[in-house]
Write a new protein. Structure first.
Length: 213
C-alpha cells in the first residue's frame, strides 16, 4: 500500500502504521472523483488531490514526495482544515490518518458561503516584475493556478501587463488586478496546470529554504 515513512523509532512507527492501516481499511470509504486541497507542514505547503476519504483518514494524489513531518494539516478549497498524520506514501499517492474522526459528508460536499476558491500556496520567493520600461525586485507571497500576490516597492497601474519572473518558475505574463499597501495582485494570462503548480510550489519553497540555510 506504499512505503513506510522513516522514523527514529522503527518498532513504534511500525506498530502505529499497522494500526492505522487496519483502522483506515475498516472504516467505510467514499471515492471522490477529484477534490483539490493542500498539505501544510513545517516544511511548506504542497498541493494534492483527495481521491477517497473515511471518518478515520483519506488518500490523495501527490505530484512529488512530501517531507516527513509530525505537524501536518490538510486544507480544502473552502478553508476547512483537518489535522492528520502521514501513514504511508509512494510516488503518486499518500495516505493520511485523522487525529479525530472527520465528517466525511463535509469533505465530499466541501460547503462554502462563497464560490469555490482556487487553492493558494503561501510562500516566500524572490522574483522580478518586468515591464517594457523596467524590472523591479519583488517577493511572491502566494500563488495559485490563476494568479499571485506579490510585494513590490513600485506602483503599477490597474490592468497593466507585466511579466513575473523567478527561479523555479517559467516566465508568466499577467495583469495587475489590485494594489494595496506595497502589494499587488496579479492575474495570469495563461492558467497553470494543477500538477505544474504543484511542482512550481515545491521548487520555489525548496530554493527559499536552501537560501535561508
Amino acid at each position: 500500500m506504499g512505503n513506510l515513512l522513516p522514523s527514529g523509532d522503527f518498532d513504534e512507527a511500525r506498530v502505529s502504521t499497522d494500526t492505522a492501516f487496519a483502522e483506515m481499511r475498516a472504516a467505510p470509504r467514499f471515492t471522490l472523483l477529484i477534490r483539490a486541497a493542500k498539505v501544510s507542514m513545517p516544511g511548506g505547503e504542497f498541493l494534492c488531490v483527495i481521491r477517497d476519504a473515511s471518518e478515520t483518514g483519506l488518500s490523495a494524489r501527490i505530484f512529488h514526495p512530501l517531507p516527513v513531518a509530525r505537524d501536518t494539516v490538510v486544507e480544502l478549497q473552502n478553508g476547512d482544515r483537518y489535522s492528520v498524520e502521514v501513514v504511508w506514501q509512494n510516488d503518486e499517492r499518500v495516505g493520511f490518518r485523522f487525529h479525530a474522526p472527520a465528517d466525511v459528508a463535509a469533505i465530499i460536499d466541501c460547503p462554502s458561503e462563497f464560490a469555490r476558491r482556487p487553492v493558494r500556496i503561501n510562500l516566500t520567493a524572490p522574483a522580478e516584475i518586468e515591464t517594457p520600461e523596467c524590472a523591479q525586485h519583488a517577493t511572491i507571497q502566494d500563488i495559485s493556478q490563476q494568479g499571485a500576490r506579490v510585494a513590490c516597492p513600485g506602483g503599477f497601474a490597474i490592468d497593466q501587463r507585466v511579466k513575473l519572473r523567478a527561479a523555479g518558475l517559467r516566465d508568466i505574463h499577467a495583469k495587475v488586478r489590485w494594489r494595496r499597501e506595497g502589494t499587488c495582485g496579479l492575474v495570469f494570462e495563461d492558467t497553470l496546470q494543477f500538477g505544474e503548480l504543484a511542482r512550481i510550489a515545491r521548487d520555489l519553497q525548496a530554493r527559499d529554504s536552501a537560501t535561508r540555510s
